[in-house]
Ligand binder design. Sequence first.
Ligand code: DHE
Length: 589
Amino acid sequence: MHYSSLAVRWCSAAVFGVAVAFFSHVGVAQDAKKPGAEELKKHKTSPGGQYQPSLDVMKDQDVEQPGVKEGVPTLSGAEFQIAKKIYFERCAGCHGVLRKGATGKPLTTKETKELGYDYLKSFITYGSPGGMPNWGTSGQMTDQEIDIMSRYLLNEPPTPPEFGLKEIKATWKVLVAPEDRPSKKMNDIDLDNLFSVTLRDTGEIALIDGGTKKIITIIETGYAVHISRLSASGRYLFVIGRDAKINMIDLWMKTPATVAETKIGLEARSVETSKMKGWEDKYAIAGSYWPPQFVIMDGDTLEPLKIVSTRGMTVDEQDYHPEPRVAAIVGSHYRPEFIVNVKETGKILLVNYEDINNLQVTTIGAERFLHDGGLDSTKRYFLVAANARNTIAVIDTKTGKLVKLVRDGVGQTPHPGRGANFVHPKFGPVWATSHLGDETVALIGTDPEKHPESAWKVVQSLEGQGGGSLFIKTHPNSSNLWVDTPLNPDAEASSSVAVFDINKIDEEYEVIPIGEMSGISEGVRRVVQGEYNRDGTEIWFSVWNGKDQESAIVVIDDKTRKLKTVIRDKRLVTPTGKFNVFNTKNDVY
Ligand code: DHE
């Protein structure tokens, strides 16, 4: 699969708020060489390069404009505001809030002054051979904006504020105290088959009954709401927005509603709860991109208890990184620990919550750019993608040690979500990931006892529809493996999914045209994230259109792979992630 249609991808990036790499792309080593003018024009960007954080919340943050320095071009107050917005939306994802580099090169004034104004301008206009988009020639930025950005980069970067206990407490609200909450379930909702659906662009979630497919309620949450997770008992639903706002929702209330809320930072993506036996519902944890930290909270009230910074040294070069973001967080079932993945330093932290005042943290050196991952079917092993390094790190949550960095056979920019577990007809239990950067699906053996020869190796690489895949899913009661491709530049691939028969895994996949099945004719109809119902008999896909267009959820009968229902409702604005209560609380995927 080749990615030649840049215009399509950039357009999608703008529509969906996914930022594009600025001076580099995922996985490209930082090189000091200045390419010549002709070379600059030979750039290309993969879906992996495109799928970078857009720090949309930070762009609205008040930051002080750095003072004027002799010999440095100035910006007016208005120009500074324009540049700050563009930088956080499009550049900070790769180059860091402080411009010290992340997956992209550093853009401190030391580097930018060496490059100079004219060079910066042509870089932004034409892009780079390493993958920097051609913002100017693609029409994504005007000449005036490019001029402003070139001057902005020659000035010192502004520093956004920290967010400590005082700031968190100022946002913390207990709306219904634990003693005022119901002592038993007050509704007749089949909670195990309830779905929490992200309505990304309205900053809400919809709770949808898995049986009737009716929306039970819509709850206001944080900005560009991201994921939902369940407490171990399944009573409380935790939802985090990109503005780091957490809503704690009590599913026992007559109509489920927020009982506590707080903000743990300025930009965040992950929230989780304590799952270990004996510690169910005791703690919640959330990690932020800015400031780089995680926060342990009381599981009943969200009271912030402990804030831990993730700033520190990278795993390989052992250089200081000022803003290592917190990516996926998973609650261990083997120890009273949270598994916290720190992106830019490549460290997996096992945060023991037995005694949070004498907090014990095991630091596992893995690989840089950890992003998303999940447990194997026994819940003992955790597999996480270091996506910009085409690596899957495996840790043993029982022994608290790194098992393996799987590199051979992993494709370009793995993006598993939480991955998919199933029993391979030949290799035994495997965990699977699809990829942003190519069409492959990597199957990794996860049973070192009965299948030692397959363990922690890519035992098979399937060929799917194409790159631009974000999520893969199966269920213990299903023999289907579903692979989405929402970021594929081809319209047909992005609005359909591929499904493999696990029992005939060597055979060609079937394409299911979910977008078409939705009955919606407008928009790009990006199909994203399959999620099973409780019994694994049906799978739900989001048909994700722009904010002003109609979106839907398409429910497929898993056995027949035929359409069961389309959930269409004007309140379903930009549905993306869906989280079934039973499957999410029990880590069934
Ligand atoms: Fe996500 C999970 C970060 C864009 C939908 N996303 C995650 C996780 C991280 C992350 C770190 C793992 C959380 C965990 O397990 O604790 N996502 C990011 C980004 O940094 C990125 C690339 C860009 C950004 O600016 O946010 C990004 N994510 C998106 C989207 O554009 C998606 C497709 C649509 C949306 O709703 O925003 C999206 N991300 C999801 C979903 C999950 C997720 C549905 C949970 C999957 C699961 O099965 O658990």
